[in-house]
Design a protein around this ligand. Structure first.
Ligand code: ADP
Ligand code: MG
Length: 341
């Protein structure tokens, strides 16, 4: 029966608040993968293992060799609005870490069975907390670093669970998130397994090699290196030649201060730079990273931080547009030509 609105106003219980918040942060298994990978990177990991079962719905276990969490901090790691990354508004405006909202682990713990096992550099053994920030912290075995094990996503929120797609689709989204993040961080080794089978493994290398590995040899053989700076802005990476363009926009990777973003302004700037060399129904492939002072970009626009807002969006648009256009202009002179209609 429909719920009557005629009730007294009440403060919601903590668990329910987290479950509501989880709707935004934990849209599907791949969102969990993203949050856990970002935490591992923020912890300075150089090696990250992602193990998935049944598209991530049954299990997402991510192990890193980062700095770990001290045992007395483990409950806080799972508590809402608790973070080691910012402490003030000034910090927020200059945030250089991928996370800062202090809600991912709490949200995940509200809609899945979570355990966190962690060992800091100076600890003789690991410690583990299970369930939520109310869980007890107990000694455990484990190497230096952190493992976060997330099982049975949405087991207690059946309405959400109904929106999950097939195992293969959910797996595909998870793998895409791993690829996006691995592409930005060639200095970190990643491995990905699904249902016990190793799917991919990327050793520590440099951008040229990592991007060839992830985007394939077609891209590697038809790309232009870009590295331009102007004042506080730097853009670097690779723009695919028209011959590396695709019928779908699935070869486009843009990062702002190391964070994968899907930003209309940036997509438009790059698209516009390709205008003269690419037919309208083709999509350019690229891996581009824009670095700028954190105070010039607001990443706190959306809980998933996939959108950003620039303080001077016109300047950013112009800068990216010209950098890509200049790179492409060099090649039209050497006759790589455009894809014919
Ligand atoms: P946020 O990343 O926004 O701070 P999270 O809920 O994702 O919030 O994580 C809460 C806190 O737990 C982090 O601030 C960090 O101190 C700690 N933490 C989470 N994951 C890891 C990890 N893999 N290694 C070390 N510390 C971690
Ligand atoms: Mg986080």
């Amino acid at each position: 029966a429909p719920i009557s609105a005629h009730r007294p106003i009440q403060a919601l219980p903590d668990q329910l608040i987290s479950q509501i918040a989880a709707g935004e942060v934990v849209e599907r298994p791949s969102a969990v993968v993203k949050e856990l990978l970002e935490n591992a990177l923020d912890a300075g990991a150089t090696q990250i293992t992602v193990r998935l079962e049944e598209g991530g719905v049954k299990r997402i276990a991510i192990t890193d060799n980062g700095r770990g969490i001290a045992p007395d901090q483990l409950p806080l790691a799972l508590a809402r609005h608790a973070t080691s990354k910012i402490a003030s508004l000034t910090d927020l405006e200059n945030v250089a870490t991928l996370g800062f909202r202090g809600e991912a682990l709490a949200s995940i713990a509200a809609v899945a069975a979570v355990s966190v096992t962690s060992r800091t550099a100076d600890a003789p053994h690991a410690w583990e907390i299970v369930g939520s920030h109310h869980g007890t912290v107990a000694p455990a075995s484990g190497a230096h670093g952190t493992t976060i094990d997330v099982q049975d996503l949405y087991f207690n929120t059946p309405a959400r669970r109904k929106f999950l797609k097939s195992e293969q689709t959910e797996y595909g989204h998870c793998a895409e998130v791993v690829r996006r993040i691995a592409l930005a961080r060639p200095d970190v080794a990643f491995s990905l397994s699904h249902n016990g089978r190793t799917i991919d493994h990327w050793n520590v290398s440099e951008m040229a090699r990592r991007s060839a590995h992830i985007l394939g040899s077609d891209f590697a053989e038809a790309r232009l290196a870009i590295d331009e700076s102007a004042g506080p802005l730097r853009v670097h990476g690779y723009a695919g030649l028209p011959t590396a363009s695709k019928a779908r926009a699935d070869g486009q990777f843009f990062y702002v201060n190391g964070r994968y973003v899907r930003d209309k302004l940036l997509v438009h700037a790059v698209r516009a730079a390709y205008q003269d060399v690419l037919h309208g129904d083709r999509f350019p492939s690229y891996v581009l990273a824009l670095d700028l002072d954190p105070s010039l970009v607001d990443v706190n626009v959306h809980p998933s931080k996939i959108e950003v807002r620039f303080r001077d969006s016109r300047a950013v648009h112009q800068f990216v547009f010209h950098a890509v256009q200049r790179a492409l202009a060099k090649t039209s002179a050497t006759d790589h030509g455009s894809v014919p209609p």
